[in-house]
Design a protein. Structure first.
Ligand SMILES: Cc1cc2nc3c(=O)[nH]c(=O)nc-3n(C[C@H](O)[C@H](O)[C@H](O)COP(=O)(O)O)c2cc1C
Length: 201
């Protein structure tokens, strides 16, 4: 019981110390570390065991080639993309040792599991992935830039929009410099209330 309590404290302090950061460099996780993190992703809540989570890894030197693909696809799709935005994407991805594209297989008109539930399960899997990487000391950032909402970028990564919903990218690497400062989080009282039956009903 005591050991379990200590484990819970460590777990909770890990959850409560995560910050997103784009300021990362090599090295990224080893293949073994990454496999452990993807394993953790498969423990997301999964109504009807659809196992819908999908990931694609992009590593150097392909990260830079992917950056060009994402920029060109975004321009072709008519997304606003000024010169300085392109330059900042290139500067960022030049140092990124691992980019993970994330999608889920859509189960159209599933009798039990709505599109919302499928999307929530994917979000939970991403959170497990992000927290596992954080527990190992890596910095991550979930982004829906890089042409996430074009047809072309997900398709180029193997996710046809008829079958898959693409949910963005996780950049992963060694945090450069200090961990970003903690930001103020809401007090639990601000986001929770206890329901009581309405006496007049
Ligand atoms: C689905 C999803 C997509 C996101 N896409 C972007 C994005 O494209 N650009 C961005 O600046 N932040 C994006 N964010 C927010 C960051 O990933 C991050 O959560 C935010 O900067 C707050 O940092 P924190 O996680 O340390 O609280 C996204 C978050 C989620 C959940």
């Amino acid at each position: 019981m005591h050991t379990q309590h200590l484990q819970a404290e460590t777990f909770l302090s890990t959850l409560s110390s995560r910050r997103s950061t784009k300021s990362i460099v090599a090295p990224g996780p080893t293949p073994e570390q990454l496999e452990q993190c993807f394993k953790a992703a498969t423990f997301a809540p999964d109504h009807a065991a659809l196992r819908l989570w999908r990931f694609v890894t992009i590593s150097p030197p392909h990260v830079e080639a992917f950056a060009e693909l994402a920029i060109a696809a975004s321009l072709r799709a008519g997304l606003p993309m000024r010169e300085e935005k392109m330059a900042s994407i290139r500067r960022w991805l030049k140092n990124v040792p691992l980019l993970i594209g994330m999608a889920y297989q859509m189960h159209h008109d599933h009798p039990k599991v709505s599109a919302l539930e499928q999307s929530l399960s994917m979000g939970a899997a991403v959170m497990n992935l992000q927290n596992s990487l954080h527990a190992m000391g890596f910095g991550t950032f979930w982004s829906t830039g890089l042409g996430t909402y074009t047809d072309e970028v997900p398709a180029a990564l193997g996710f046809d929009s008829l079958d898959y919903q693409f949910v963005g990218f996780l950049s992963v690497g060694t945090i450069q410099g200090d961990m970003p400062l903690a930001v103020k989080r809401p007090d639990p009282q601000e986001i929770v209330h206890a329901w009581v039956p309405n006496p007049s009903v």
